[in-house]
Design a protein around this ligand. Structure first.
Ligand SMILES: [Zn+2]
Length: 386
């Protein structure tokens, strides 16, 4: 039983190489050219066809026509190696399709803002020689990647190579090496744990077990209060107009975002490991979709907004890590889950100092209550509720 899903993983590296940067620029310029040419005269490079299921007229490309017109131009005028010329054509077609068929871009306009290029796994290879890493591109050459850590590959040892995406960032080329894997995921079962996040802790548990992880929020608050806010106050309202100050502030925000990212990556991995080791195959998370708009509308304090977005980030990472290990993830509507008494199911409760008090006599930590209730809700969905 269980179902199979395709996973994509990404490994990031940065290279300083002018020839490679030039290749990325040429690719993007070629892409812009081909996209605008096709959009000018779509019927020359494909045909319009009524698609019954979508009840829409859609554009379908004619690869022969595209290749005939652009392949040589991309090679000669944009200096692209054959494999990249082909990848560029392919990507251009995909972009045109989304512009013409998705209907969002009514003016048939497409703006490719940043410089980037991509190629498939047959066009590139990565070779590790000792502590050196060499990127080999077909019909192009070899580039040494510095500042590379062989350990990065450990995680992707049994994955299949996917596309290579290259982005130009501050004169350097950022390599995004993708990996693919098909994994089998358990059918969600009653062996479930739930995850809850508050400002200070991530709580994972159910009726039998619980574990807590400290969040880096105190550190983040410290940075916000002592660096960002202090600087903003010091320069009064002028800080927005001062480039250096603005840059310093954005660096602190970047720091905060890095701290959050590292935290959610690590803790999601731990959560999945612990769940698996304890014999659980299902992780229950709060379905935040209903909350999204509500949260945006309400001018909530920064702390709460930040916790909300951190939880969302954490959920994405848990889902990814869980899939990797074959665990199921399900989302449950969290309504009342933090104020329902887990014993008598009354919602007539009081929460004070993070403790829930019920008339039936129960006193329990608010987050312990939340994870128990989330799991209970899931058991009810399964039809084996308590
Ligand atoms: Zn009660």
């Amino acid at each position: 039983m269980g179902n199979e899903v395709n996973l994509t993983g990404v490994m990031e590296m940065t290279v300083r190489s002018e020839p490679l940067a030039q290749l990325v620029r040429n690719y993007t310029n070629g892409l812009r050219f081909v996209v605008s040419e096709i959009l000018r005269e779509p019927s020359e490079y494909g045909r319009w066809r009524y698609v019954k299921r979508a009840k829409k007229i859609k554009w379908e490309h004619d690869l022969k026509a595209v290749h005939h017109k652009f392949y040589q131009i991309l090679k000669d005028d944009f200096d692209l190696p054959p494999k990249f010329a082909i990848a560029c054509q392919k990507e251009a077609v995909a972009i045109v399709k989304s512009v013409l068929n998705n209907g969002e871009n009514r003016e048939n306009k497409c703006v490719i803002k940043s410089y980037r290029a991509r190629c498939d796994y047959q066009t590139y290879s990565i070779e590790v020689r000792g502590d050196k890493c060499i990127l080999k591109l077909r019909n192009f050459g070899e580039i040494e990647v510095t500042g590379f850590n062989p350990k990065w590959f450990d995680e992707f040892r049994d994955w299949a190579p996917g596309d290579l995406i290259m982005k130009l960032e501050k004169g350097a080329v950022k390599l995004l090496i993708t990996f693919k894997k098909t994994v089998k995921i358990a059918d969600p079962s009653e062996r479930a744990v739930a995850v809850d996040l508050n400002f200070n802790e991530v709580v994972i548990g159910n009726r039998e077990f619980e574990e807590r992880f400290k969040t880096p929020m105190q550190k983040i608050v410290h940075i916000k209060r002592n660096h960002i806010e202090r600087t903003q106050k010091k320069y009064n309202k002028q800080w927005r107009h001062l480039k250096g100050v603005r840059r310093a502030i954005s660096r602190w925000w970047k720091r905060i975002s890095n701290i959050t990212d590292n935290f959610v990556k690590q803790v999601s991995k731990r959560i999945v490991e612990i769940s698996k080791k304890s014999g659980y195959d299902t992780i229950v998370l709060e379905d935040l979709n209903g909350l999204k708009e509500e949260q945006a509308k309400m001018k909530r304090p920064w702390r709460e907004r930040f916790t909300f977005f951190a939880y969302r980030k954490l959920q994405n990472w848990i889902e990814w890590q869980a899939k990797k290990k074959g665990l199921a993830v399900i989302y449950i509507n969290p309504a009342n889950s933090s104020r329902t008494c887990p014993e008598c199911k009354s919602t007539d409760t009081v929460v004070k100092n993070r403790v829930l008090k019920c008339k039936c006599g129960l006193r329990m930590d608010k987050d312990s209550v939340a994870v128990i209730n989330l799991v209970d809700k899931w058991l009810n969905v399964l039809g084996c509720g308590v």
